[in-house]
Each structure stands twice: as C-alpha cells, then as structure tokens.
Design a protein around this ligand. Sequence first.
Ligand code: NBP
Length: 479
Amino acid sequence: MSSSAQIGVTGLAVMGRNLARNFARNGYTVAVHNRTSARTHALVEEFGQEGTFIAAETAAEFVAALERPRRLVIMVKAGEPTDAVIREFAPLLEPGDMIIDGGNAHFADTRRRERELREQGLHFVGTGVSGGEEGALHGPSVMPGGSPESYATLGPMLEKISAKAADGTPCVTHCGPDGAGHFVKMVHNGIEYADMQLIAEAYHLLREVAGYSPARIADIFRTWNTGRLDSYLIEITAEVLSHVDAATGRPFVDVVQDQAEQKGTGRWTVQIALDLGVPVSGIAEAVFARSLSGHTALREASGGLPGPSAEPLGEADAAAFADKVEQALYASKIVSYTQGFHEIQAGSDEFGWNIDLGAVAAIWRGGCIIRAAFLDRIRAAYDTRADLPSLLSDKSFAEEIGAAQDDWRAVLVAATEQGVPTPGFSAALAYYDALRAARLPAALTQGQRDFFGAHTYRRTDRDGSFHTLWGGDRSEVTA
Ligand code: NBP
C-alpha cells in the first residue's frame, strides 16, 4: 500500500464517516478505518465516488497508508474507547506524527493524553468539532488545541473543510495548547444549553401568559429571526413549533414527552465553572431545568401543589407582551454569553492557554449549533478591547441590556404572577443586578462566617484581616 493519504480517519460512525467524506470532497486522499470493518467497506461502497479513499482493514495498514508526518483523526466514543484507540495506534507512529481527537473528550483527559504522547514525540491535538453530522459533512466549526507546530501543518486542512462565516472566514482557529480546544468546545456546549433553555422559556411564556398557539409562536420566532436574535437555534425553533404530528393532527410539541436529556458537556461546563469559581448561573439553570424535567415521580408527586389562578392576556396585551419577551430573551442571551466567555477566560488563565476570545466568537459564527449574527458583535467587542473584563463592559452591549431591562423585569413579574417557571431568565437578571450592585449582602455572609467559624473578614476602611470576639466582649482583633 502506498503512503499517499494526507489524512486518516478511524471511527466511522455518523461523525467520522461524514468528516472523512468532507476531507475527500475537498480533494484530500483519506485513509479510512473502523474497529468493525463493515463500516469501512460501507463508506467506500456508498460514497467512494465522492473522492479518494483508502480502506484499511487493520491498524498497521491504516498507518502505512498515511504520508508523513502522519495525521490520524480519531472519531470514536469519548472516554475509554479513545484511550483504547490511542493504545492501539501510538506504538505504530513515529516522532512528529499527529493524533487528532475530534470526539467530545473532557479537556482534562486531553491534557493527560497530550502529555503522555508528547513524551513519545507525538503531537496530540484535542479538537472540538461542532455542528453534528451535517456540520461534519458540509463544514463544522472546528476548535483545535495542541501544539502550534501541529497547527502549522494541520490548520490549512481544517480551514478547508470547516464552515465559512458570512464574510468567508474559515470557522477554525488554534485555540491554544493541549486541552484548550476541548475546553472551548465544552463551554460552547454549555452556552448551547443556556440558549436552548432561554428559547424554551420564551416559548413557555408566549404559550401560557400570552395564550398563543404553537403555530402562532412559530411565526413570532420567524420574525425574531430576521432581527438581532437571528440564529440557527431560533430558526429551527420555528420549524419544530410549526410541525404538526401526522398521526394525531396535533402540534408536534404537544405530543412529545416533556423530559429533556442531557449529555456530559453541559454538566462538565458547570462542574468546571465551580472548580474555577466562575458564576455560570444561566448554564447551570439550563442543566438543572433538564434534570428537573426528567424527575417524573417528583413532578407527579408535586403536581397538585397550589399556584396562582391566572387567565391568558387579551389580544392587545398579548402582542405587547410578546415584544417584551423578545427583550428579555435577548438580554438573558447577552448574560449567558458573558458567563460562558468568563469561563473560557478563567480556564485560559488557569492553564496558561492565552485563548483569544474574539477569535473564539468568530469561529462560532458558522457551522456550529450556536451560530448567530450576534457572535459578530461579540467578536467586535473583543477586537475593540482584547482585555474586556466582561461582555457587559462593552459599551454597545451595556446600552442594549440597559434598554431591555424594564421589559425584562416586566416579563419576570408576569411569569411570577402567573406561576410560569423561568429559571434562565431569572438567573440572568439576578446576575446582572448582582454585578451592577454597589453593595452585596456578602458582607453579612462574612459576618456570619466570622461568628460561627472565626473565618475573619476584611474591612472597607482599613487593610488587614479582622475577627470579632463574638462570644466575649465583641471587641475586634487583628487576625
Ligand atoms: P459514537 O460516539 O457513537 O461512537 C461510535 C464509534 O466508536 C464507532 O466507530 C465504534 O466502532 C467506535 N468504538 C467504540 Br464505541 N469503542 C471502540 C473501541 N474500544 N475501539 C475502537 N473503536 C471503538 O460515534 P459518533 O456519534 O459518530 O461520535 C464520534 C465522536 O464525535 C464522539 O466522541 C462524539 O461525542 C463526538 N461528537 C458527536 C456529535 C454528534 O452529533 N453525534 C457531534 C460532535 C461530536 P464500531 O463501529 O466498531 O462499534
């Protein structure tokens, strides 16, 4: 077998197969391999005419088919299967070769793998790939980590197969060394959770408070999609809401069980945020909302609890309310991105990745699930000031959220009065109000901690740590 493949893909389920086809369609010779070789043959039989594939039965054949330095993409189930594949292939590779993991790995695993393989002279490139199976085929948003040397040879190939933003820029950037790419992908997924939750709450409010039908709400989302909320998720929301179930003739959304699933990455985003001390309350509420929806027994046991008795709004009030919901949704969305970018900055500081937040916003503009016109604005905010402390410190976002706040508050008043749960909208507003507050009740919390645990406190008027002798004469001592 000649070593003529510029890239190889092992793991040919939906993602790997489509990624291999994407490389081949872009003119690369692609070696393909799968643990169960039936998948390899099926790919070549079905799609062989799309480009040049080299089907490999064994790991040795696969490695032999790759030109040097070898670029070997792993697209298998994250976790132990990825380690198993690395154990199988690493001994067959030579210094300078690259293993690219395009699965949804935890960034800590990626850091470990990168360290271990670096000792053998191999480059390990943990790479976030977003956009699902369609993105893998037609152009995903790609978030590679790993060494700058690996990006020098791999980057141009990724740029070719990636999605392109409206201005033609490839949706790929070298996020930073070792686990930076998988970290960025993790937070991307966390933001995706938050975006979906906020959209769901907007729908719920339009249904319960405004009294609109799913079809009418679909039209509202279509209108919103022509404005500042223009995004893939708003677009598909309109499609899902206007879909009618063929079997019953009822709105599709009314025949689907109201229990959402959650995979690892949303949960990881919150777990890591807790470790880093970053308040990502909007993302956390989105994960918890899905979790709560799945607690069937708990929900059944609580279904009879009292709530307000409320009537939907009249026609004129409902239309005005819908406009307010758009404001609340947009303001809450600004907050979730603020929180997500804060987490990326904190991860970058903690692990020394030097991630360019503007470049991250730019590569999410195409290919991925959270692609949105809004991301151009985020990129512009970081281009104007790379060390922006928070998106809310950007003048234009601050002005927009300021203009939205009255309606945002009014929506939450209506939600509370009518008993419609809005954990995402509410957490976002609480975050906004906490950040802008001159004083927070944390001073009282510090007092309590000093009272029961002698944890000490700092004063507003003097440097140093202090403790009050609560059990004695309540005099203050320097700690
Ligand atoms: P799956 O996550 O369902 O994994 C199936 C693949 O893993 C098959 O090729 C299977 O080989 C292989 N595999 C397993 Br399982 N255990 C293995 C082992 N011990 N050794 C070798 N191969 C093994 O595939 P997917 O949905 O295409 O996703 C691939 C990766 O991309 C995952 O990490 C996923 O999280 C990530 N991702 C998925 C999406 C999406 O929308 N699906 C989006 C973005 C990222 P077999 O054929 O022999 O069983």
